[in-house]
Design a protein around this ligand. Structure first.
Ligand SMILES: NC(=O)c1ccc[n+]([C@@H]2O[C@H](COP(=O)([O-])OP(=O)(O)OC[C@H]3O[C@@H](n4cnc5c(N)ncnc54)[C@H](O)[C@@H]3O)[C@@H](O)[C@H]2O)c1
Length: 396
């Protein structure tokens, strides 16, 4: 029985520094993983990670294709920017490896579809790390909602708003913000996808229409580096039942905010309401530095240096599933559940592409607001993937 996966890392930037290094080297999942190689064209990140993992020079690659060809691996984790998830995923699956990617599955429907098709064709495993799926509050809400306790879902408001320091390239130390971070990523691609996925996991409905409104009023005023990008985006998703959700995300909150991410969600149903209170996990710190809502549920640095929390257990669970598949412990029925379009993030990629299309085709006002157009999800899926594939994804 296999007890350890030989893992290759493709892309070792911010998300590896902030989250995955703890999964690989300081978590209860560490014994399951043997990090054997890294590929990243960025020399600084490649060597930072290579040193951390104790990798010799010949297992540090600039090109992932060379890594796939030369190193014996069971799985790869692909931590490249969203628009670069697809090519390495398809190459790795075709090479017989299992694949884990951070959310979102991909930046476009076409890419998400190609990745899903490759996983189906090869029979290998594809897992997407949407860590909110492992947040105990989301899991409890999902179970309670799906038991019928609250009746029919009618409307929801979710919000996820970061401190400005997350996106501001003028802030030291830089958090996620490279100088062009907020131009390359949008609140939709970085944040809305988390909430859209969590909401759809709870209600198990697929969107039929998306419209976004964006505000670019703070980021352009930053100095000395001004940023062309949205401070805040409200994405309205209409579901096939007529239920509606507003997912409001951004990254221009003053840095005095009580949490790096101020976030929550409410779902209102015919027979009840769920209030997720996501940024009130219970540990409030008053300290000379700040007043802070610590979220140990997400990432908990424990006294023995181990790191726990759903930020770690979410990808960790994906590796447990890979091992289960290797060891013949995954039934066809289990695999089917893991391979549904919703589980593989297809509808989240759809919400992402539709919201960005809505904004791109929208009308920009002098105030800095952009009023997006209404995007019909079925039409978008048919246009991008054709009618037959659209049918497979539930858009007949
Ligand atoms: N789980 C989360 O909450 C979370 C948080 C942040 C980012 N993310 C996701 O993680 C992914 C990476 O984001 P990031 O913030 O770390 O980006 P980043 O730009 O900091 O890092 C990306 C890395 O990929 C490398 N890269 C680019 N092309 C490559 C290639 N062809 N082969 C190998 N490496 C390549 C880059 O050199 C860079 O080191 C994105 O999909 C992002 O949405 C998830």
């Amino acid at each position: 029985m296999k007890t350890k996966l030989r893992l290759g890392i493709i892309g070792a930037g911010s998300v590896v520094r902030e989250i995955y290094q703890y999964l690989y080297f300081r978590s209860s999942f560490t014994p399951l993983l043997e990090v054997r190689a890294v590929a990243d064209p960025n020399e600084q990140y490649r060597n930072w990670f290579g040193d951390l993992a104790g990798l010799p020079a010949e297992r540090r690659f600039t090109d992932y294709r060379e890594m796939l060809a030369k190193i014996a691996l069971d799985a790869v984790q692909i931590n490249t920017p969203d628009h670069l998830h697809c090519a390495p995923t398809v190459a790795a699956l075709n090479a017989g490896l299992d694949v884990v990617v951070p959310k979102p599955t991909a930046a476009t429907l076409k890419d998400a579809h190609a990745m899903i098709q490759a996983a189906k064709k090869t029979g290998r495993y594809l897992g997407v790390d949407f860590h909110k799926r492992e947040d105990p509050r989301i899991k409890e809400a999902e179970a309670r909602f799906q038991s019928g306790r609250y009746g029919k879902f009618q409307a929801a408001v979710f919000y996820m708003v970061d401190k400005l320091s997350v996106a501001d390239p003028n802030h030291t130390p830089r958090f996620f913000a490279s100088p062009d971070f907020a131009e390359k990523n949008t609140p939709v691609s970085f944040l809305t996808v988390h909430m859209a996925d969590a909401l759809m996991k709870i209600i198990s409905l697929v969107p039929v229409q998306v419209r976004a409104v964006g505000y670019s009023q703070k980021l352009p005023s930053l100095r000395p580096i001004a940023v062309r990008g949205y401070d805040l985006v409200d994405t309205e998703m209409l579901f096939d039942t007529g239920a509606v959700a507003h997912i409001i995300t951004g990254w221009a909150l003053p840095n005095s905010a009580w949490a790096t991410t101020v976030q929550s969600g409410r779902l209102i149903c015919s027979d009840g309401l769920i209030d997720l209170a996501l940024d009130m996990p219970g540990l409030r710190e008053i300290h000379a530095d700040d007043l802070f809502e610590v979220n140990p549920l997400f990432r908990n640095f424990e006294k023995d240096r181990s790191v726990t929390g759903y930020g770690i257990s979410s990808p960790g669970r994906l590796y447990q599933q890979i091992l289960a598949q290797h060891n013949g412990q995954m039934t066809a029925a289990d695999r089917e559940v893991l391979m549904t379009p919703m589980a593989l993030g297809f509808h989240t990629a759809l919400a992402l592409e539709a919201a960005e299309k809505s904004l791109a085709e929208g009308r920009r006002l002098d105030t800095g607001a952009t009023l997006g157009t209404t995007v019909d999800c079925r039409q978008l899926v048919v246009k991008e993937l054709g009618a037959a594939a659209a049918k497979d994804y539930g858009y007949a």
